[in-house]
Design a protein around this ligand. Structure first.
Ligand SMILES: [Fe+2]
Length: 283
C-alpha cells in the first residue's frame, strides 16, 4: 500500500488513497500528508470507517487535538472527539436547525483558532447534507491590487455572536459563555507553512472593521464574503459513509447544509487540531 494523492484542482482539494488510517502511519507519510493539507487545504480520505480511537490517531498526524467547545456533544470515553447527530437537532417549521449553516471558519473568536477541523462520516442520509468549502486564498489572490492593499492593513473584532450574524448559534451555558473570548484578527492572514495570503472572514462573529464606522465595516465584510463564496472557489463534498475529511482553517471557509430528510439519521464524528495565533499577511 502506498500513498496516492489525487488533486481535485491545481491547488484546492485532494483525494488521498493508499493509506489505512486505522493503523499508525510512517513518518514520511505523516510529513507528506501535513504538506498536502497545507497546499491543498481539503483532504478527502474515502472509505476509512474510523472508530473514535482511529480518529484521535488520524488527527494527531496533523498536530495536537484541541478540545471541543460544546461539551454536551463529546464522546465520554474520547473527550477530544465531538459528534454531529441529527438526534440532537431541533426542528423549526419542519426544517432541522443545523450547526454551521453559513460559510464560516471555526472559533475565529479564539486567540488561537483551530488549525484544522475534520469530520468522519458514520451515517449519512440518502441525499443532501453535503459540506461546502471555499478557497479564501484564491479569493484573495483574485482581488484587485488596490483592494488587496486596502484590506491587508485591516483588522476585525471577532466575538461569540455578531450583532449582525446571519447565523443562529447554539445557546451556551453561563459557564461555557464565561470562557468565550473576543479577539481582534487580521482581515488577511498568512499561512504559517506556505506563506500564502487568505481572507479571514466569519460573518457570524465579525463585529465590523477596526477604525471604520459599523455600517461601512459590515458593507466591506459583506462584499468580501459575497466574492469569496462565489461558486468558482467552491469544493462541495458529498459524503459517503466511512469518509474522513480534514480541512485547513487558514485556507478555507466551510458550511453545512440542512437540505436532507429530517427523519433520516445523520451522524459524524468531529475533531479539531490546535493552531497558533493568526499571522497578519504583509507584502
Ligand atoms: Fe464549522
Amino acid at each position: 500500500m502506498s500513498l496516492h494523492i489525487s488533486p481535485m484542482s491545481p491547488s484546492f482539494g485532494a483525494k488521498i488513497t493508499g493509506v489505512d488510517l486505522k493503523k499508525a502511519v510512517a513518518d514520511d507519510v505523516r510529513h507528506q500528508l501535513q504538506k498536502t493539507l497545507s497546499e491543498f487545504a481539503v483532504l478527502v480520505f474515502p472509505k476509512q470507517f474510523l472508530e473514535p480511537a482511529d480518529i484521535v490517531r488520524s488527527g494527531e498526524i496533523f498536530g495536537n487535538l484541541m478540545p471541543q467547545q460544546l461539551k454536551k456533544y463529546i464522546l465520554p470515553d474520547f473527550p477530544m472527539v465531538g459528534y454531529n447527530s441529527t438526534k440532537d437537532l431541533p426542528l423549526k417549521d419542519g426544517k432541522l436547525q443545523v450547526r454551521g449553516e453559513n460559510y464560516h471558519t471555526d472559533h475565529s473568536n479564539s486567540v488561537c483558532p483551530p488549525r484544522a477541523t475534520a469530520l468522519s462520516a458514520v451515517k449519512i442520509p440518502a441525499t443532501g447534507g453535503d459540506t461546502q468549502f471555499v478557497d479564501v486564498r484564491q479569493a484573495f489572490d483574485d482581488l484587485s491590487n488596490e483592494l488587496k492593499e486596502k484590506v491587508i492593513k485591516m483588522r476585525s473584532l471577532h466575538v461569540h455572536e455578531s450583532s449582525r450574524s446571519p447565523r443562529m448559534f447554539t445557546k451556551l451555558s453561563e459557564e461555557d459563555l464565561a470562557q468565550i473570548p473576543e479577539v481582534i484578527q487580521p482581515l488577511v492572514i498568512r499561512h504559517p507553512m506556505t506563506g500564502r495570503a487568505a481572507l479571514y472572514l466569519n460573518t457570524g462573529r465579525m463585529e465590523g472593521i477596526e477604525g471604520m464606522n459599523l455600517d461601512e465595516g459590515f458593507a466591506l465584510i459583506n462584499s468580501l464574503y459575497e466574492h469569496a463564496t462565489s461558486p468558482q472557489y467552491e469544493y462541495r463534498h458529498q459524503w459517503t459513509e466511512g469518509d474522513f475529511v480534514i480541512w485547513d482553517n487558514r485556507s478555507v471557509m466551510h458550511q453545512a447544509n440542512a437540505d436532507y430528510n429530517p427523519e433520516e439519521f445523520r451522524y459524524l464524528y468531529r475533531i479539531m487540531i490546535e493552531g497558533d495565533a493568526l499571522q497578519a499577511f504583509s507584502q
